[in-house]
Ligand binder design. Sequence first.
Ligand SMILES: *Cc1c(COP(=O)(O)O)cnc(C)c1O
Length: 409
Amino acid sequence: MQETNRMNKIRHQNPNAETVIPLCVPHLAGKEWDYIKECLDTNWVSSVGPFVDRFEACLAHYTGNRFAVATMNGTAALHIALLVVGVEPGDEVLVSDLTFIAPVNAIRYVGAWPVLVDAEPAYFQMDPDKLKNFLSRDCRRGKHGLRNRHTGRLVKAILPVHILGHSCDMNSIMELAEKYGIVVIEDATESLGGRYHEKKVGHLGHCACLSFNGNKIITTGGGGMFVSDDEKLSAKARYLTTQAKDDPLEFIHNEIGYNYRLTNVLAALGCAQMEHLDEYVDLKRRHALAYAAGLAGLSGITLPLEAPAVQSTFWLYTIRVNREHYGCDSRPLLKYLESKGIQSRPLWQPMHQSLVHRESWSTDCSVAEQLNYESLSIPSSVGLSEEQSNRVIAEIELFTGNTQHSKHD
Ligand SMILES: *Cc1c(COP(=O)(O)O)cnc(C)c1O
């Protein structure tokens, strides 16, 4: 089991540590051990090997892409994706404001600048209307492409991040991208296994990136993947992730490359995990149903929604503690749950408020702010038991009851 510092703290505070419910931990119950042993027995432990090939083929097949390139983590895949689609220093990339920071940092790695797009309030994803307004009102077409008329920079790509298991409204985003001639890189990490209009998430843009970090739906401990139908982009991704080696015998390199490859040992873990991905998605969706049934009707608590054409993985089940109802954000609930041995987590600080990205150009991002204030992700491990989810539900019920009392007393 993965131990975070916070989990240790919660354990420490709870004498009966066995009963602590973590936010989201790996589920390693398949052939992980056998496959890793095979690596050691056969001496294939480094960054080439049969499990790397198999893991890549598996992800390409699963997402419906023609090509896949494994990387050492999801951030590396994002860095490479931005390079291969041709984002250059001084360019701009439109990205979700409400996201884990990795995709936004990756934009800076290539010397480009993020333009932050607010979330829509229903599903928390990149707001296509605000994206459209930015492209139509704040940009002009020039000789070299689309330019942000305020900064004068070229707008090269859109990087929608499918957060929490749900998909962005990709039809709208792709339509805009086509209209304005810009490329789309999906960050599909949190929605691997999810669907959008019968298509798999990770096969909706020009290319997509995935992470297999410890808290994702499947894990390799650390790992990532670049996937695409585009042969040229994929070949370039493979080249750049393997030190841009032009002659493997003479060691001739004609470009600056990176050592971003995944090892065979970790890919072995990934192959074992992939055998259970659909089952994990089913389990997460079942946990979501149980939460929805148990928490329905609690006043001041809003449950996550699923758009009609979307199948979410409910990677992290995220509720909202309504500000108007409670006069506070979600943190008192977080503290209460923590005191009961239940780990929860607020959403990420919106990027336009982050010290490192607050200078970025952005749309109005008031929705992301509100969601950050009100939201709380509750335990969502694949292996969450019925007893555990019932306990989470019961404690949230108690909290909402208590808070209402103290407000009315
Ligand atoms: C976890 C995560 C990443 C980063 O992946 P690493 O493998 O930790 O580098 C990128 N994007 C999103 C949306 C994530 O949730």
